[in-house]
Ligand binder design. Structure first.
Ligand SMILES: CC(C)(COP(=O)(O)OP(=O)(O)OC[C@H]1O[C@@H](n2cnc3c(N)ncnc32)[C@H](O)[C@@H]1OP(=O)(O)O)[C@@H](O)C(=O)NCCC(=O)NCCS
Length: 174
């Protein structure tokens, strides 16, 4: 198993794995499967070329990925957001998700970002546990954050400093 930055040549396998994840667990992603499949491949390829798109490969087969982006405008350049993260069932519970996340955090820290945020479905215990194990702290809960097939879902908002700073969060929020 190894992890590396994806390139434009991986665009088809990335979209296939992403679509598989959407099929298996729609509430773990923002896009719908139809939206993902309708998006031009060129746009996804451009995203790969401009962001942190990490893939986990087993025998050269893509089995997991994570995407991270730096804030776009000047005043958000110190912060980034992470997601989606997905590991195929056959590769789950073997440390792949944690390794993908750790590599993304390392790269963002090396690029000079001070903090990173993500949102996660409040009922997604495996993901919440994973993020907590990497030092993410819950700083809010967004009720009815998304409608998944018409059903309201709540999100947790999580943050992690990349420079060791104490973000002075209310300890009662977690
Ligand atoms: C969440 C997900 C990425 C975890 O990937 P993974 O490769 O199985 O995770 P790892 O093996 O690296 O596990 C790392 C830690 O996460 C937590 N974790 C992972 N799976 C878990 C589970 N089923 N139940 C509870 N905790 C779990 C544990 O703390 C684990 O550490 P441990 O093995 O020392 O106990 C994977 O389950 C997945 O792709 N789920 C569907 C998509 C999704 O939920 N993405 C996140 C959306 S925000």
């Amino acid at each position: 198993m190894h992890i590396r930055q994806l390139t434009k040549s991986n665009v088809n396998e990335l979209r296939s794995l992403w679509a598989e994840g959407l099929q298996r667990m729609p509430s773990a992603f923002l896009l719908t499967k139809d939206e993902l499949l309708a998006a031009p491949l060129d746009r996804l390829a451009d995203g790969i070329a401009s962001g942190v798109y990490l893939g986990a490969f087993r025998a050269e087969q893509l089995v997991g990925f994570v995407i991270a982006r730096r804030g776009g405008v000047q005043r958000l350049q110190h912060t980034g957001d992470i997601g989606p993260l997905y590991v195929a069932p056959s590769a789950q519970k073997q440390g792949v998700g944690k390794a993908l996340m750790q590599r993304a955090l390392d790269q963002l820290a090396q690029a000079g970002l001070l903090q990173v945020e993500l949102t996660v479905d409040a009922d997604n215990a495996p993901a919440v546990t994973l993020y907590q194990s990497l030092g993410f702290i819950t700083f809010g809960r967004r009720p009815r954050s998304v409608l998944v097939d018409g059903e309201p879902r709540n999100d947790l908002l999580m943050i992690r400093a990349l420079d060791g700073a104490d973000l002075c969060l209310d300890p009662g929020a977690d």
